[in-house]
Design a protein around this ligand. Structure first.
Ligand code: ZN
Length: 411
């Protein structure tokens, strides 16, 4: 295994065997130069170099371990060189803990515009102009969403930009092929991703002058929803000198397909129990998906949902504390059923928002259009995800994972 100075990944405990369930859940310590992440963990998205609505001090107070910056957004604004000149993203944004950056590929390859996630998940219902202009062997050409300027982006560029941003964990550039392209396209795209991965690795070790430097590199398993392709991509990925692995690309159109895709990838990714590697699931943050992904051996997750939901007036709640007709993993405080509810937002949460404000007050702020409520809800959503992951870690350690999962979703 390649030596990544300052990094380590140690599995502390694995779930005991249960023939009815995948039993790959594990509690681990992911060591980075900016601190240790206890996994399974949730990674919060600081897309443009800020967690929307929450300060770094508040993130820490609510027990956040690690955050993620988006290479695509940051290289366009303020630009990689600017970030480097200002001392890196850690320094700029006042976050001294572990940090992750994606490769920029996910945003660039949002075919036809719209949101990348809807494309990847098979939703073609978007009408914004095309951002991606061309994909060729050397790289991708895309139009900036900020000023319309045309940029060429190569695997080497992605590594260089991520070096400038300075996150602890960085990713190789992959082509994210959308749901509807079919198997032939997905297979070709996967092969291109593998060739790009080799170039990324070369650039990574070159730019680190023979060692990994202060960063660790993750590879990405592609292959869409096709079992043979996922297997081939996972085999390729484990053969490369990565510190960790990510499961990416098209993850299916629903939770069932998602879990199938994870299973296909994980059979190979966590086969090597003697030298375990951290495994990240890209862009998934549904509560049930997290419980099920952890059961299959996923260590970290990232998703914009905690802060995005807050901007829409929504807060995470366990089903038992939600009101009627709020069957999803969150409730919308704008709903009139909260108008006279003077109880705490989440009775079992100890975050600043839940200890200070009532549901009726938060409802009032949303109705009044007061922007500070976005911060209050974001603080709760961050605390909720961190508490969920803490619960998951202790359930694994206590060998009662599947009982704990059932209790979490009790109504
Ligand atoms: Zn709370």
């Amino acid at each position: 295994m390649v030596n990544y100075p300052g990094f380590d990944f140690e599995v502390i405990h694995r779930t005991t065997a249960d023939s009815n369930w995948p039993n790959a859940a594990r509690v681990s310590k992911l060591k980075t130069p900016h601190g240790i992440v206890e996994t399974p963990a949730f990674i919060f998205c600081a897309t443009r170099g800020v967690i929307r609505g929450v300060t770094p001090a508040q993130m820490l107070k609510e027990k956040t371990q690690i955050i993620l910056g988006n290479t695509y957004h940051l290289m366009l604004q303020p630009g990689a060189e600017t970030i480097d000149r200002l001392g890196g993203l850690h320094k700029m944004m006042g976050w001294d803990g572990p940090m992750f950056t994606d490769s920029g590929g996910f945003q660039i390859f949002s075919f036809g515009g719209g949101t990348a996630s809807s494309e990847i998940k098979g939703n073609r219902n978007n009408k914004r102009p095309k951002m991606l202009l061309n994909i060729e062997e050397s790289g991708a050409t895309f139009r900036s969403y900020i000023d319309g300027n045309i940029h060429k982006f190569t695997p080497e560029d992605s590594i260089r930009v991520q070096r400038n941003i300075g996150a602890d964990i960085i990713l190789v550039l992959d082509e994210c092929s959308p749901y509807e392209v079919g198997k032939d396209y997905t297979a070709n795209s996967m092969q291109l991703t593998h060739r790009w991965a080799k170039r990324s690795i070369k650039e990574f070790f070159k730019s680190a002058e023979g060692s990994s430097g202060p960063q660790a590199l993750y590879g990405i398993v592609q292959g869409g929803v096709y079992e043979d392709l996922r297997l081939e991509s996972a085999e390729f990925t484990v053969s490369q000198p990565y510190f960790g692995y990510a499961v990416g690309g098209c993850l299916g159109s629903d939770s069932f397909e998602l879990q199938d895709v994870i299973s296909m990838s994980m059979r190979t990714l966590n086969k090597n129990k003697l030298v375990p590697h951290p495994i990240h699931l890209l862009g998934i943050g549904g509560i049930a998906d997290i419980w099920d992904g952890v059961a299959k051996g996923i260590d970290t997750f990232d998703c914009v949902n905690p802060t995005r939901l807050a901007r829409h007036g929504a807060a995470y709640l366990r089903p038992i504390f939600a009101k009627n007709n709020q069957s999803r993993d969150h409730v919308n405080l704008k709903n009139s059923c909260f108008k006279d509810d003077d109880g705490p937002l989440d009775p079992e949460c100890k975050c600043y928002t839940c200890l200070t404000f009532s549901r009726s007050y938060l409802h009032h702020l949303i109705k009044a259009g007061e922007i500070t409520v976005i911060q209050y809800l974001a603080i709760h959503n961050v605390a909720f995800m961190n508490r969920l992951m803490e619960k998951i870690r202790s359930a694994i350690s206590e060998d009662n994972y599947f009982v704990a999962r059932k209790e979490w979703f009790a109504t």
